[in-house]
Design a protein around this ligand. Structure first.
Ligand code: EPZ
Length: 435
């Protein structure tokens, strides 16, 4: 398994291009199943999860043509003249939970779908009950047999529009239902829908394909079903979590980074919190410039919330930052039940963290000390890299295949700004991991 070795202490100064968002690209790719004509996506990030989704969609019958690549992503044309399989098999789904996003499109296009139940993952049980309940509201019959979700429309007809009220805000369930509803008969209302920028990006792509959607970005989305969707072209929105990650890299190393292509509007809560630590964040036409304070960072309390609140996907990174802030910081995780696995690893580097249930109390220390640490999930991995950049001495982050799922060219981007960081390949095969 590969590792990343970091010698900490350097200020990061320079410019980093922000890639297309992983969490927008995955549902956008699944949307290709809804139309037989080509969907061309640009600014597609070069990530392991994108490759996994590509493998899954290809076995459903999506034909991929690579038509170009740039500094923030590639352009891919996806045509689905015929769905060759309506089954998403276990060996592909287990690699990446977001595979469940093919369920709604397959059901809408073919009236039938068999998708392996995505297991839990390191950060939580991550059920899909809201996805299934919502599809049943649209007329689907759903059975769980042998580890698979088997869904079909009644009498093989189309889905029928309905009113879906989510008891819990769910990004994935909102995406699955929004895609399914585009081809349903009649109108669908998604109430208490997720409002993330990735939801808005997906809705705009579906509208470009001929879908009739209103209210996206708000808490109720209305979809008027149409008979078919057509070809379209769409650019994947910039990755707000990558943006927040590198903004924290500037702050934790006492540096100054320009984040090219970043959209401040997509992470206002996180940027406001960052400003409260004493970090300067300036918006300009090219993106954002983030500058660390001259003195020590200030400790700031944070609670993760659905968008537009502070994103759970930046919680681990922010904890690394607060571990070296002056004073205390309380970080509360309200979205996932087990998203503090970076805590013991940060503690090995000298962080002073006390966890009580869903809250972690940090008492900032003047400096972290490099150590060998273990990555456990995507965002925990990158928080250890951030800590290593600030720590004295050498940090070795193991199991970095987690990072490859969500960060395109992380080592290259950081070393170009002055980080002493390298990837060490090892012989032992990477065990395929449950995503
Ligand atoms: C998406 O996951 C993201 N992944 C996650 O990013 C992100 O952390 C999460 O949204 C929250 O913003 C992708 O977009 C591919 P949810 P998703 O459904 O859709 C519960 C990363 O690091 N829930 O919004 O799976 C669930 O257990 C990843 O990039 C149900 O109870 O998240 C959780 O507590 C990690 N039943 C809460 O809702 C359901 O049917 C939010 O989950 C679905 C979800």
């Amino acid at each position: 398994m590969d590792s990343i070795r970091i010698r900490g202490g350097n200020r990061l100064v320079g410019s980093i291009p922000i890639a297309g968002a992983k969490n927008a690209a995955l549902p956008l790719m699944a949307a290709a199943l809804l139309a037989d004509g080509p969907l061309t996506l640009s600014n597609l990030p070069n990530l392991a999860d994108i490759a996994s989704m590509r493998d899954l969609l290809a076995q459903h019958g999506v034909v991929f043509t690579d038509t170009g690549s740039g500094s923030t992503g590639s352009t891919v044309r996806m045509a689905t003249p015929e769905i060759t399989s309506t089954t998403a098999p276990y060996d592909l789904v287990r690699k990446m939970r977001a595979s469940v996003l093919v369920l709604g499109p397959l059901l809408a296009r073919c009236g039938v779908a068999k998708v392996s139940q995505p297991g839990g993952c390191a950060i939580g049980n991550r059920p899909v009950d809201l996805h299934l309940k919502g599809l049943q509201e649209l007329g689907a019959e759903v059975d769980l047999t042998g580890g698979y979700i088997e869904a079909r429309t009644r009498s093989g007809d189309r889905l029928t529009g309905g009113r879906v009220v989510f008891p819990v805000i769910s990004v994935g369930a909102t995406e699955n239902l929004m895609m399914a509803a585009t081809l349903a008969r009649g109108e669908t209302a998604l109430v208490n829908a997720a409002r993330e920028p990735e939801i808005v990006d997906l809705a705009e792509c579906l509208i470009a394909m001929g879908a009739k959607i209103e209210g996206h970005g708000g808490d109720t989305i209305h979809i008027q079903g149409v008979d078919a969707l057509e070809s379209a072209e769409h650019a994947v929105v910039a990755d707000r979590i990558e943006t927040g990650t590198y903004a924290i890299a500037a702050a934790i190393t006492g540096g100054e980074l320009e984040l090219v292509g970043a959209k401040a509007i997509h992470l206002e809560a996180a940027l406001d919190v960052l400003r409260s630590t004493g970090t300067t964040v300036e918006e300009h036409d090219a993106g954002l410039t983030v500058r660390a304070p001259d003195g020590r960072l200030r400790g700031v309390d944070v609670m993760t919330e659905p968008f537009p609140g502070f994103p759970t996907d930046l919680q681990a990174q922010f904890m690394a930052l607060m571990s070296v802030a002056e004073g205390a910081a309380m970080i509360t995780e309200t979205i996932f039940e087990n998203r503090f696995m970076h805590v013991p690893e940060l503690s090995r580097m000298g962080a002073n963290i006390t966890v009580h249930h869903a809250s972690a109390l940090l008492r900032g220390v003047p400096e972290l000390t490099g150590a060998p640490v273990m990555a456990t999930d995507l965002r925990a991995s990158v928080s250890l890299v951030l800590a290593g950049l600030a720590a004295s001495g050498e940090t070795l982050v193991n199991r970095v295949y987690h990072l490859d799922r969500g960060y395109d060219r992380l080592v290259g981007k950081l070393s170009a700004c002055g980080a002493v960081i390298e990837r060490i390949s090892s012989e032992t095969d990477v065990q395929e991991q449950v995503a």
